[in-house]
Design a binder for this molecule. Structure first.
Ligand code: IPM
Ligand code: MG
Length: 368
């Protein structure tokens, strides 16, 4: 059987630096575990614009559709701020999500014990935290029409549209319920049904899917603003949170900070199963391209490495190997190794991106 295929799109800013450390883990899987991948690489975001005048070429898009999983670093940077909206680096990422139809975005927020003191919240609020945000990723206000900046009388008006169909809500709700069954068996759905019709529909459809197929899972509903408040008050009340594209964007950044650093959070974006039974999939860290520290070798590669661990689990049925990578990360943190983003107010001496990757490889070596 052919090796599973990976397309690496490292992107901009710290993307290539953190992805270099992921490549070490990919090679390690081959040499130490006999798990080999066919890896190809291409451009996305600002670097693709520099090379081709577009943040994602049709050829790269076609490649992404063919592989078993895409690993993405980060896109964007101040250099591209003035570009026309249609060719901004982010458009490349959004095109991948949309055309691969990656409707279910899994964003776990887990607080590693060694980092519980780094959260801006008290230790007992975050220690042991393990929640999963399921963000709808292919619809809502990110893609709804009409959109644009129009002239109305003698002034301009900016328009975006929140739009959800029943089937779009149902499929992401289903993926949240399925996930909950393998975790704490609880789903909290968040919307703004108090002010938005799309929120009313969201709540109705989630309730219908629950009634029909998932009555064994505990379901609750919350307005998204109250959800944000509850996430900071007592996040451990949650297991799986399912929410729309925009609320999911906001709530996942919030949840990330509960864990101490945005540099720690992986994500998986999953679509429908392909002919080989694997879901269409892209894996990326939740953090961005961090232009302020790009090229300096000090970025934290852990979010990107944990994203590869998610690929092992969700695309390749290698949950044990995923756990092995996660435990290696935990070990390195418990040993006190820290990239700059993980230093508390008391300081300390940080290690760089490559040293963090090497330490994780050493921990992996010790695990076999
Ligand atoms: C994210 C990011 C993206 C988003 C940007 C880079 C387009 O913030 O993945 O959370 O808004 O979805
Ligand atoms: Mg975001």
């Amino acid at each position: 059987m052919a090796n599973p295929s990976l397309l690496i799109l490292a992107g901009d800013g710290i993307g290539p630096e953190v992805m270099d450390e992921v490549k070490k883990v990919i090679s390690w899987m081959g040499t130490a575990r006999g798990i080999h991948f066919d890896v190809s690489e291409d451009l996305v975001g600002g670097c693709a614009y520099d090379a081709h005048g577009t943040p994602l070429t049709d050829a790269t898009m076609a490649k992404a559709q063919e592989v078993d999983a895409v690993l993405l670093g980060a896109v964007g940077g101040p250099k591209y701020d003035k570009l026309d909206f249609s060719v901004k680096p982010e458009r490349g990422l959004l095109r991948l999500r949309k055309e691969m139809d990656l409707f279910s975005n899994l964003r776990p927020a887990q607080c590693f014990d060694a980092l519980a003191d780094f959260s801006s919240l008290k230790r007992d609020v975050v220690a042991g935290l393990d929640i999963m945000i399921v963000r709808e990723l292919t619809s809502g206000v990110y893609f709804g029409e009409p959109r644009g900046i129009f002239k109305e009388g003698n002034e301009r008006v900016g328009i975006n549209t929140q739009r959800y169909t029943e089937s779009e809500i149902a499929r992401v709700a289903k993926s949240a319920f399925e996930l909950a069954r393998r975790r704490g068996n609880k789903v909290c759905s968040m919307e703004k049904a108090n002010v938005m019709e799309s929120g009313i529909l969201w709540r109705d459809v989630v309730t219908e899917v629950h009634q029909r197929d998932y009555q064994d899972v505990e379901l609750s509903h919350m307005y998204a603003d109250a959800g944000a408040m509850q996430l900071t008050r007592w996040p451990k009340q949650f297991d799986v949170i399912v929410t729309d594209n925009l609320f999911g964007d906001l709530l996942s950044d919030l949840a990330a900070m509960l864990t101490g650093s945005l540099g720690m959070l992986p994500s998986a974006s999953l679509g429908a199963p392909m002919a080989n039974g694997r879901p269409k999939a892209m894996y990326e860290p939740v953090h961005g391209s961090a232009p302020d520290i790009a090229g300096q070798g000090k970025a934290n590669p852990i979010a990107c490495i944990l994203s590869f661990a998610m690929a092992l689990r969700y695309s390749f049925d290698l949950g044990d190997e995923a756990t092995r990578v996660e435990q290696a990360v935990e070990k390195v943190l418990a040993d006190g190794l820290r990239t700059a983003d993980l230093l508390g107010p008391e300081g300390g001496s940080p290690i760089g991106t490559a040293a963090m990757g090497d330490a994780i490889i050493a921990a992996l070596n010790a695990s076999v």
